[in-house]
Design a protein around this ligand. Structure first.
Ligand code: G6D
Length: 346
């Protein structure tokens, strides 16, 4: 099997863009700014289709970003009022002035950092190792945290994300990747006609500010039942209060099983000519349908429509620092954090 191709070019002042092409002609572009995926280009019937939201320059990411394709850390999702305790030690993080919570690790977190990069070429895959050392106290979090995220792009059309981290003091860690898929490649088409499957019996109920209330609710007899694939419009078009409160999906789904034998979620394009399967060892996935209204940025020359993308943010469910049963995101110096998520293009 021939070795996959990789090329490197400047992406702005500080960032570099790495372009990885596999033997099947799929191209994944990634950048060290925020350890992000920028493009995922799939040849379909002789045409190239870019199925993720991304920008063309570092500057666009720094000025228009909605966490497109970024590695999120130290903690994905909202920490209510930015406060938590570890072993009776209380911590207060900086909060957003708009809602009083801390989203995605606070301002200028992992998504805004320039990560170190090492490229490793293997027989049937290329691995890009990103690393970043988050100083103790950064954005209010205790402990120096050494984080490493590896993207492996394979000849099986998989994008494998491996997270690893170590800390020198007890801290919180719950990373994810914030890639938005739009499998039509057309940013003016909402994702409503995409079909979604999620192997999840329960979701976390949210408030109007998108913090979780602590209630885990059965999906049965609600529009959030994706245990049989159905279109996302079947949520958008209902008056279900969990849809109208946040204008779509912005919810943690608790996964029925973890691991890599069967996908926990599948997104399929409206014409059913392309699917993305998700596999993870994390217990939850936050699904967000990009309800930016008229406020969406231009993406590759097209104005992003409302509901122009859908994320599958694998993680321990937000709310873990508040509620029993949501999982534990405390990382101690004795342990190395490790987790894996795979997106497979079919
Ligand atoms: C997320 O859950 C959050 C959303 O509420 C937010 O708007 C988005 O990131 C940018 O996934």
């Amino acid at each position: 099997m021939k070795v996959l191709d990789i090329t490197k070019q400047k992406f702005g002042e500080n960032a570099i863009l790495y372009s990885l092409t596999n033997d099947n002609g799929l191209t994944m572009n990634v950048t060290n700014l925020g350890a992000r995926i920028v493009d995922l280009i799939v040849p379909i019937n002789g045409k190239e289709r870019n199925i993720v939201l991304g920008f063309g320059t570092e500057e666009d990411y720094l000025t228009k970003d909605m966490y497109f394709g970024a590695t999120i850390g130290r903690v994905a999702g909202r920490i209510k009022h930015g406060s938590f305790s570890i072993d009776d030690q209380y911590y207060q993080l900086p909060v957003s002035p708009e809602n009083g919570h801390t989203l995605h690790g606070g301002l200028n977190s992992f998504e805004a950092k320039i990560w170190e990069v090492e490229v490793e070429e293997k027989n049937d895959q290329i691995a890009v190792h990103f690393s970043y050392v988050s100083p103790s106290g950064e954005n209010g979090f205790p402990g120096e945290l050494k984080a490493r995220v590896t993207y492996s792009f394979t000849n099986n059309n998989e994008w494998i994300i491996d997270y690893q981290a170590e800390t020198d003091q007890p801290t919180l860690f719950n990373p994810t990747n914030h890639v938005y898929f739009n499998l039509t490649g057309d940013m003016t088409q909402a994702v409503g006609e995409h079909r979604l499957f999620v192997a999840s019996d329960q979701f976390a109920v949210v408030d109007s500010d998108t913090t979780v209330t602590g209630e885990l609710r059965s999906v049965a007899e609600t529009p959030f039942d994706f245990r049989e694939p159905k279109s996302v419009n079947q949520v958008f078009e209902t008056n279900y209060e969990q849809n109208t409160l946040v204008n779509g999906l912005d919810h943690p789904f608790m996964l029925n099983q973890t691991g890599f034998e069967r996908p926990q979620a599948i997104i399929t394009s409206p014409k059913q000519d392309l699917s993305v399967e998700m596999y993870t060892d994390r217990p939850a996935v936050v699904i967000f349908t990009a309800q930016f209204g008229q406020g969406g940025p231009d993406v590759r020359g097209q104005k992003l429509v409302n509901h122009g993308g859908i994320t599958l943010e694998t993680q321990i469910a937000p709310g873990a620092v508040e509620f029993e049963g949501f999982g534990d995101i405390i990382l101690y110096p004795e342990t190395t954090y490790q987790s894996r998520t795979i997106f497979k293009i079919k």
